[in-house]
Design a binder for this molecule. Structure first.
Ligand code: URA
Length: 262
């Protein structure tokens, strides 16, 4: 069969058993949203098997090679799910205009394009999921699903019972109050404490701002867990593939089941 004929979707909004719409393919691969994919296609940035495609109903068939501005986009059946133990001093971006270290240098070489599921601050370490499954990544980050994230914070001083109550009830931040958190004091030492805190929001520098608001600035911060995925004994700067069981657990969370306990 002529591939170019087959590629025209009979109804513009439907995939067929033989192919998947190009905008959906790009969205699933984590490149961009479906709407923006249409824009990129119309701009002539997307090629299939080396030929620029501008028709929005175009289907991607098994074996097709898709690239965006020359960057190959892995077929969706080659889904990749990794956990990286992000070190402090590394940007959670694929490129940094200021030339700082980025997570890219920590990923296995020759890996198809993967994107981080959310961000950790430059000065935060710990669990960072990486995947080319853009749809699952978007779901895991969507506030509707409110995936639990647990952080181990070393903070100045010690929390009073009142501080713990405020964390449970929702600390006032400068924009709007944080949702209630789960807190476990791990240890108290001279001048500092180690505290595990679980939140389901993902606001900018949220944990740091919550402790700062209580007068206990964070000294170090490590994400121990993202939903069902734990850091375990993964070394700093190392990656490991998720197990099938972990991927299945993430999918449950992304389907709105079992995400949140706070
Ligand atoms: N909260 C923070 O303050 N920083 C992070 O990197 C993640 C959560």
């Amino acid at each position: 069969m002529d591939r170019n004929v087959r590629r025209r979707a009979p109804k513009p909004k439907q995939d067929t058993s033989e192919g998947i719409r190009l905008n959906k393919y790009l969205a699933q691969a984590g490149v961009t949203s479906r709407r923006n994919a249409d824009y990129m296609i119309a701009q002539g940035k997307v090629r299939i098997n080396g030929r620029t495609v501008r028709e929005l109903g175009t289907l991607v068939l098994a074996g097709d090679k898709v690239d965006v501005s020359g960057t190959p986009i892995a077929p969706i059946e080659q889904r990749i799910y990794l956990v990286l133990h992000k070190p402090v001093g590394v940007m959670t971006t694929l490129r940094d205009p200021q030339g700082r270290r980025t997570i890219v240098e920590l990923l296995p070489k020759k890996l198809p394009r993967v994107v981080p599921v959310g961000r950790l601050d430059y000065d935060t370490a710990g669990v960072l999921l990486m995947t080319n499954d853009g749809e699952l990544a978007n779901r895991l980050l969507h506030p509707r699903f409110g995936v639990d994230k647990t952080y181990r914070a070393t903070i100045a001083g010690r929390l009073s019972p009142e501080d713990v109550k405020r964390l449970h009830e929702g600390v006032a931040l400068d924009d709007h109050p944080a949702a209630g958190a789960k807190v476990r004091v791990v240890s108290v030492r001279a001048g500092y404490s180690v505290v595990d805190i679980t939140i389901h929001e993902g606001r900018n520098r949220q944990v740091r701002r919550m402790f700062e608001a209580l007068g206990h600035p964070v000294q170090t911060l490590v994400r121990l867990r993202f939903g069902p995925i734990s850091l375990g004994d993964l070394g700093v700067g190392r990656t490991r593939p998720l197990t099938p069981r972990e991927v299945a657990a993430l999918r449950l969370v992304g389907a709105g089941e079992e995400g949140r306990t706070t």
